[in-house]
Unconditional design. Structure first.
Length: 204
């Protein structure tokens, strides 16, 4: 997505949030007899803002082919993400759903995130710290160390890394559905289809 597109989406999100906040306030004013307290109003507004501002952008989707027992399959996936707006997103509450058309697997955050440094993306040591049931992050940008120290994504940019087990690895022409399930905010669903393995690392 280009810069103008990102700015346009961010502006749209802020506009929608203001409309919803105004609508909520108007509803409360028009229903003063309903017994809604000031604390309830604040909670309602917080819920609206959380739902709108915890949107994650997908910037890149890549995978790596490996040949195991004579079969070439994508066994590692890296998805580059960042918040749409500079708002704190608690990654510890995020779960990932994988669907290969036959079964579903739920992944949780492993608690592991490390800067890429001088290491190669798919050979980074952090891959040894995640399992087929967890995901981690290889960080490209995190000035305040929020992701590594507090599991909070704010202005950061990082690759979410996923290892695919043998029954979820994808061969040429096959696809896998990856769904982001945040505790609050917008659910995102991606279909990652394995292209022709012209090289080991491919864009999905």
């Amino acid at each position: 997505m280009n810069k103008l597109g990102s700015i346009g989406i961010a502006t749209g999100v802020l506009l929608i949030s203001l409309i919803l906040i105004t609508a909520t306030a108007a509803s409360v004013i028009n229903n003063q007899t309903s017994g809604i307290s000031e604390e309830n109003i604040e909670q309602m507004l917080d819920d609206v803002l959380n739902e709108i501002t915890t949107y994650i952008q997908i910037k890149d989707k890549i995978g790596k082919y490996y040949t195991t027992n004579g079969e070439t399959q994508i066994e590692k996936i890296a998805i580059l993400i960042k918040p749409l707006i500079s708002e704190n997103i608690d990654i510890s509450d995020l779960t990932i759903k994988l669907c290969n058309g036959e079964d579903i697997k739920i992944l949780s955050y492993s608690g592991n995130s490390e800067f890429i440094g001088s290491q190669k993306l798919f050979n980074h040591q952090i891959w040894d710290k995640i399992t087929y049931d967890t995901f981690g992050f290889i960080v490209l940008s995190d000035r305040d160390d929020s992701l590594d120290s507090y599991s909070v994504l704010n202005k950061d940019m990082a690759y979410m890394i996923i290892k695919l087990s043998e029954d979820f690895a994808i061969s040429k022409g096959e696809s896998i559905i990856v769904t982001f399930l945040p505790l609050s905010g917008t659910t995102i669903t991606l279909e990652l289809k394995a292209p022709l393995p012209m090289s080991k690392i491919v864009t999905l």
